[in-house]
Write a protein that binds this ligand. Structure first.
Ligand SMILES: NC(=O)c1ccc[n+]([C@@H]2O[C@H](COP(=O)([O-])OP(=O)(O)OC[C@H]3O[C@@H](n4cnc5c(N)ncnc54)[C@H](O)[C@@H]3O)[C@@H](O)[C@H]2O)c1
Ligand SMILES: O=P(O)(O)OC[C@H](O)CO
Length: 335
């Protein structure tokens, strides 16, 4: 309590990539608007030098977004938005430095597989930091939200509706509609697995196939997403796949996402350039999630003997690592 008034919630953002910076804009709108939030937002920025020699932290501090490069100490609402391969390291740096009343939310689309046992990123954050962690996923291509084009998002929460509504209040704007759903794993797996299907959409585009083929890939992909999610977490609800995090994100990513774009280039270059090379050239510092997620999911399929049940996921990984040609994507059911 400050002077008898309830203490305001303090927000910090862990991650400063494409989505992190746009999410900061949404949050800044609401911390200025709603009295329950402190209007200063702190951002944890990975210390790196950009190809033009400028320091990322300097670039961010020069923007009009109301963010500052400061440690997250003092914050009690933590927003995680790094590429998924970096979150564990970020958590290690934060462990032991957080307030006892800290809550977290993950905007990260990805999973962590250790010795073939999958763990969702929200669980990893919860375990490593001892905090409750919601998730926010959806058809949210960051560049479009930066231009304030209308989008929807799904907020997955475990039990506490009040906490979910506070997070929704932090993100929602007239052009960014947030729907809470009590299904953390379902929401998070939708966001994670759609990145694999987006690669298949890119292969199809690179092969010059048409809308029917892409629609087929999206349909098969959605089915595999649902089946895989329910095998890992039987509590996952079918309805979640009809929220923004499900079918809507799948459509957005299969038409406008970075995974699609790089996978298309992979086919056009006839596999002569690796995904790493194409990522560096086409995304200029942004990170692909789909190729790594395809590998992680492949490990789970292999361990459980599930290749036959998930022919699309299996084939996408095989294409990524050069074991099959991209045209295998349309021969999934060949006898
Ligand atoms: N970009 C989008 O449109 C979008 C939309 C919704 C969700 N997401 C998800 O949000 C997450 C973050 O995506 P993004 O687009 O903001 O990131 P990005 O692709 O822009 O990530 C690049 C960032 O990673 C940071 N980085 C590089 N190496 C690092 C390291 N070793 N440790 C920590 N950070 C490092 C860099 O500072 C850089 O800013 C991903 O899971 C993504 O799937 C992205
Ligand atoms: O650009 P992608 O393929 O990483 O997709 C971005 C977002 O996840 C779309 O919601």
């Amino acid at each position: 309590m400050e002077g008898g008034l309830p203490e305001k919630y303090r927000v910090a953002i862990v991650g400063s990539g494409n989505w992190g910076c746009v999410a900061a804009k949404l949050i800044a709108t609401n911390t200025l608007k709603h009295n329950i939030f402190h209007d200063e937002i702190r951002m944890w920025v990975y210390a790196e030098t950009l190809p033009n020699g400028e320091k990322l932290v300097d670039v961010i501090n020069q923007t009009n977004v109301n963010v500052k490069y400061l440690p997250v100490r003092g914050a009690n609402m933590l927003v995680f938005v790094t590429p998924h391969q970096f979150v564990e390291d970020a958590c290690k740096r934060l462990a032991g430095k957080l307030r006892g009343d800290t809550e977290a939310i993950s905007l990260i689309k990805g999973m962590e597989v250790k010795v073939d046992v999958p763990s969702m990123i929200s669980s990893l954050i919860s375990k490593q930091l001892g905090v409750d962690c919601c998730v926010l996923m959806g058809a949210n291509i960051a560049d479009e939200i930066a231009e304030e084009k209308f989008s929807e998002a799904t907020l997955g929460y475990r039990e506490n509706r009040e906490v979910a509504e506070r997070w929704a209040r932090l993100f929602a704007t007239p052009y960014f509609a947030v729907t809470p759903v009590q299904d953390v794993e379902g929401v998070e797996l939708c966001g994670t697995l759609k990145n694999i299907v987006a690669l298949a959409a890119g292969f199809v585009d690179g092969l010059g196939m048409g809308s029917n083929t892409k629609a087929a890939i999206i349909r098969i992909g959605l089915n595999e997403m649902r089946a895989f999610s329910k095998r890992l977490f039987p509590s996952v609800q079918d309805d979640t796949f009809f929220e923004s995090c499900g079918v809507a994100d799948l459509i957005a990513t299969c038409f406008g996402g970075r995974n699609r774009k790089v996978a298309e280039a992979f086919v056009i270059n006839e596999g002569k350039r690796t995904f790493d090379e194409l990522e560096a050239e086409l995304l200029q510092g942004q990170k692909l999630q789909g190729v790594l997620t395809a590998k992680e999911v492949y490990g789970v399929l292999e361990r459980n003997g599930w290749f036959d049940v998930f022919p699309l996921f299996t084939t996408i990984h095989d294409i990524c690592v050069g074991n099959k040609s991209p045209s295998a994507i349309v021969r999934l059911y060949q006898l």
